[in-house]
Structures are given as C-alpha cells and as structure tokens.
Write a protein that binds this ligand. Sequence first.
Ligand SMILES: Nc1nc2c(ncn2[C@@H]2O[C@H](COP(=O)(O)OP(=O)(O)O)[C@@H](O)[C@H]2O)c(=O)[nH]1
Ligand SMILES: Nc1ncnc2c1ncn2[C@@H]1O[C@H](COP(=O)(O)OP(=O)(O)O)[C@@H](O)[C@H]1O
Length: 392
Amino acid sequence: MGEAPAFYVDDMQGSFSNGFDLKLTGFETAIAVGNKTYVIGGNDDPTSNGVRIFDKSTGEWVIPTVLGTKPKALEGHLCVLLNQDKILIIKSNSNSNESVWFLEVDTLFIQDQKKKFDTEVVAWSKGVIGDAERPIVISGPSGVGKGTLINLLMKEFPTKFGFSVSHTTRAPREKEQNRVHYHFTKRSVMEEEIKAGKFLEFAAVHGNLYGTSIEAVDVVADAGKRCILDIDVQGARSVRDSSLEAIFIFVCPPSFEELEKRLRARGTETEEQIQKRLRNAKAELEQGNSPGLFDHILVNNDLEACYEQLKNILGISESMNIPPKTPNKAFDLSVDLSLSKINENILINCGPAEQRVVLDLSSMKGGAPARTRGLNMYALDPITDGANGCYF
Ligand SMILES: Nc1nc2c(ncn2[C@@H]2O[C@H](COP(=O)(O)OP(=O)(O)O)[C@@H](O)[C@H]2O)c(=O)[nH]1
Ligand SMILES: Nc1ncnc2c1ncn2[C@@H]1O[C@H](COP(=O)(O)OP(=O)(O)O)[C@@H](O)[C@H]1O
C-alpha cells in the first residue's frame, strides 16, 4: 500500500513507468501527459480536490481547479491514460456506480496568464459500466399510459430510476408542479436556451415546444439513478442520433377507440386539444411502428400486464427467473491490480488469482456531453482467454 501500482501501458503513454522523480504519498498514483504529471488520489481530505499537477517545465506544483464532483474515496484506485485528454480511473472495492471515473484533461486552460502559478482547470466525470445503466426513452401517443407506467416504475423503484424533467411551453395542468412534472417556460426563453446549446433534444408537439435539457439528464445521473425520458417520436429520433445511448420503448394503445376513451377520461384537455392529440396520434403510431427507431413495442391493454412487460425489458421483473442481461454487479476488484491497454481494451489483471477482466473502450460512446455511459466489462476465460460474456 502507499505505492503507485504497476502499470503496463501501450505506446500512447510512451515512457510511463513509476519512475517519476516524485514522491507519491498515501494512495496517490501518477500519470504523465506531456510536460505535466497528474497526481491523483492522495489522502482523502475532503478539502482536497483529488488532483495535483507537477509541471516539469517549471519544476512547480499546481493545485488545479477541478470541475465536477470527485470520486468519494480515491484509496485503492488505478489510472490509465486513454488519450492525451482523458485519464481513466478505476476504483477497486467499490460498487459499480462508483467504480469508473474519468479525469478530463482537455478542459485545461490557463486562468490568468500573469500569475506565476497558473491555476489549471480539469474535470471529473463519472463512467458507468454495463447496459443496466442505459437511459430509457419512452414514447407513444398522448393518453396511451406513458406517464402511468413511468409513475409505477418510479414508485416501485424510487432509488433506481429518476425522471428527466423536460421543459415545455404548454400551460401546466391542474395538478402539475413546476420542476417536478415539467419546467414550464416561455417560448422565447426556451428558444434562447436551445440556441445556447442547453438541450439534448427538442421538438414542437401538439403546438407547443418540448425539450430535454442536458442538465435534466445529468441531474438524474448525478443522483446515481437510471434516467427515464418521456418524449415524443421526433425527440426519440433526435436522441437516437445523439451521444446518449438509450433503450427506446414505444407504447401503443390496444385500439384507437381505447386511446380516445382514455384521453377523454383523463379530463385534462379541451375538446380542441383532444382532437389535435388524436390527429397527431395517427402519425405517431405509424412512426412508432416503423422499423429501426424503437427497440421494444409495448401494447398497453391491461395495465398490470404491460407494466410487467416493461420490467421484463428493463431486466427487473421478479416473475422472470432469468438474470438481467447486464446485472449491476459490484466491481469488487482487489487493490492488487495492474492495467494494460491493448487497442480499444483495458485489461485488468487481478492479483495472484490472475483473474483478468476487460474493459471495452469501444462501448464508451454515449452519455450526455462530457459524460461517458455504458462501458462494457467482461471476464476473460482463464483457459481459452476468450470472453465468457460475463458483464460487470
Ligand atoms: N421531444 C420531446 N417530447 C416531449 C418532451 N416532454 C414531453 N414530450 C412529449 O410531448 C407530448 C405531450 O406531452 P404532454 O403535454 O405532457 O401530454 P400527454 O402526453 O398527453 O400527457 C408527449 O408525447 C410527450 O412524450 C421532451 O422533452 N421532448
Ligand atoms: N392500461 C390502461 N387501461 C386503462 N386506462 C389506462 C391504462 N393505462 C393508463 N390508463 C389511463 O389512461 C389515461 C392516460 O394515461 P397517461 O399515463 O396520462 O398517458 P400519457 O402519459 O401517455 O399521455 C390516464 O387516465 C390513465 O389512468
């Protein structure tokens, strides 16, 4: 303990070894990027931001300004340079929600050229392992029961799922609360915010503007929850084209007549609004059922049965005896680790038992900007060296 772990890193890191002429204390590890050496970890003093930088060209230490929340405890971590702007931090003995972090070096900038010790800015961002964390996009015509299904999910699993609170220019309904059901906003304000790049997606629906802000998704992810987006088909298409790797679910009514009945029975719209929603429903149903956009189509006939199917899709159904595809297994690696990077894979060698697991970097796409989602990880079969398909 107390020593930086051994690294075996490919050419990208060039001369990396633990041969820094720096004394590392506590649980610190170090990574060189150009002239700078990033020292990560150290004592878990809550006032520390978890990073200090040694600038070889000046021989000075810089305590950078760090954006984002740092990993809770950096004791027992390993790090590897992914490219010149991102350091991957893997924390051992930690649950999967906390085990993979990135230190974004590309956010570096000099705050004040005149100061002798420039304060640099770096950013922490959290990675997530496995499909189990993928956000869920739920679409379907007005009145089909999306909100009802989402409410059931949030009630049964309040710590697992979080709702992405959209912005809308429509007026609130009687029981709707600002910032809980929607961020109710003015069209001019929302248009400005869209221009400023604050939205992951937006669309005009039933004559109003609706959109998912990047922050809405981030808030849920920061709470360690899986994000649910209730958005229309156009929005789903935009999310498909975005970096957010989601699961796309389309909810259909058993019949058009039943949809109309539910919409009327809900009693939240005027006759004119109901007519508009029903007209739009026809196009939405056509698009929703067209191939390529949605991963799953649910028919919401019997609510209980439909909810059960939704949970099956999400791998959380109690009635199913098969394990979910990507269980949220604890990432319980010993501190006795080494890392190597081979092309798009990080190989983690775990101690004397020689257990080896692979972190597949090619799966790193996804996540709201500046975030990383859905890192796949699997164990290598000790005999064949082939993947055994086990996800962590
Ligand atoms: N593209 C997009 N659509 C959204 C968003 N929020 C809600 N919607 C969709 O807008 C439509 C109308 O929503 P709403 O006014 O709450 O009426 P409801 O569907 O009848 O409950 C629904 O299809 C929602 O899925 C969003 O952020 N983006
Ligand atoms: N399977 C179902 N059978 C009958 N009524 C339903 C069913 N699912 C939802 N509802 C009702 O239909 C209405 C519309 O549901 P809601 O969740 O508001 O739809 P959406 O969010 O898709 O607009 C609500 O009054 C809800 O209670």
